[in-house]
Design a protein around this ligand. Structure first.
Ligand code: PBG
Length: 340
């Protein structure tokens, strides 16, 4: 007398494929590699400077020389690209983010140094004004709101400055409407037809960007929750799913080469839907708050670092991401290459 009555059993025993490491490896659908990872770097003025970011364990703001060395290390581990975020000195910030257009600003110098240190490494730069504005918004404030069209005009100029500095990929992360088309037109006119555009097509107004804003000093005066200048007035409501498909389709039509969905870990469904709906490569960003939460749990002894990090990245790829921005890129690449 047996309680087992399914016709398929015991013919089908799914555990057969899980019974040994070699069997699991043989059938594994998602294989993470260093080529899937992009390392974000926070850049600060100075030399031999390495400033810990209290809310982002293990991540520091680096002066250009140290950032170039870290970029070189990333390239040596097989990481294809780095993404630069400048922590701009307070005295250079103003209401219009004018330092963003300085062809010799911190990020432009960092691009040149990294290109020299690691010529085969892709360099991605952010197109957005938040590191440069005194209020910390990604755009210009006109009549009490973040003004779309005036901002788009500045972003297009900023993209050209970044391309001229040697940036391979410019990444508008601002969520203004129409900015991909404007950036594409500006690049084309300036002679940068081969510069790629990675559009942050689906960027949610997320609670998980906190440590990043501390890192670049953009926590500023971001405006009250519900107010006209809150980031929610341009970044997407996390409750929205179908709207992500409209954002993605528009950015592809406007000339985006790559699409970003962020935060990645809280948007796996969106990564899946966008990657199914579009043939453009989709990237996921494991953002600062996601990484900080993971590391805090590791430090508290609640999670094991290696397995938790690798799992969090593998599922982003399984959802459909072609590559992942993660502050754990070096760590993960070392684990993958048996270096750690
Ligand atoms: C802003 C920008 C943000 C991030 C990347 N670019 C933050 C924001 O919109 O406030 C967040 C990345 C992270 O949290 O790791 N241009």
């Amino acid at each position: 007398m047996s309680y087992i009555f399914q016709e398929s059993f015991p013919n089908t025993r799914l555990r057969r494929l899980r019974a040994a490491d070699w069997r699991r490896r043989l059938v594994r659908e998602t294989n993470l590699s260093p080529a899937d990872l992009i390392l974000p770097l926070f850049i600060v003025e100075g030399e031999q400077r390495c400033e810990a970011i209290p809310t982002l364990p293990g991540v520091a703001r680096l002066s250009i020389d140290l950032a170039a060395a870290q970029a070189r290390a990333a390239a040596d581990l097989g990481i294809p690209a780095v993404a630069l975020f400048p922590a701009v000195a307070a005295h250079l910030k103003d209401a219009t983010g004018s330092e963003a257009l300085n062809p010799d600003n911190l990020v432009a110098r960092a691009v040149r140094a990294i290109k020299q240190a690691a010529p085969d490494l892709g360099v991605i730069t952010d197109v957005a004004l938040d590191p440069y504005t005194s209020h910390g918004h990604d755009g210009l404030i006109v009549d009490g709101t973040v003004a779309n069209d005036a901002t788009v005009d500045v972003l297009a100029r900023q993209a050209v400055v970044l391309a001229r500095a040697g940036s391979d990929i410019v990444a508008p992360s601002d969520m203004m409407d129409g900015r991909v088309a404007a950036v594409r037109r500006a690049l084309e006119q300036a002679g940068y037809a081969d510069t790629l555009i990675l559009s942050y097509a689906v960027k949610y107004a997320s609670a998980f960007y906190g440590p990043f804003r501390q890192a670049v000093g953009a926590s500023g005066r971001l405006g009250a929750e519900g107010g006209p200048t809150h980031k929610r007035s341009y970044q997407m409501d996390p409750a929205q799913g179908r709207e992500a498909l409209r954002e993605a389709a528009l950015d592809v039509a406007e000339g985006a080469d790559l699409l970003m969905v962020k935060p990645a870990g809280t948007s796996l469904d969106i990564i899946y839907r966008v990657s199914q709906a579009s043939a453009v490569p989709v990237l996921g960003y494991q953002v600062s708050g996601e990484y900080a939460a993971l590391m805090a749990a590791v430090q508290a002894g609640a999670l094991e670092r290696r397995t938790a990090l690798m799992e969090s990245l593998t599922v982003i790829k399984r959802a459909g991401a072609s590559a992942i921005f993660t502050y754990g890129a070096l760590d993960a690449a070392r684990i993958l290459t048996g270096d750690a």
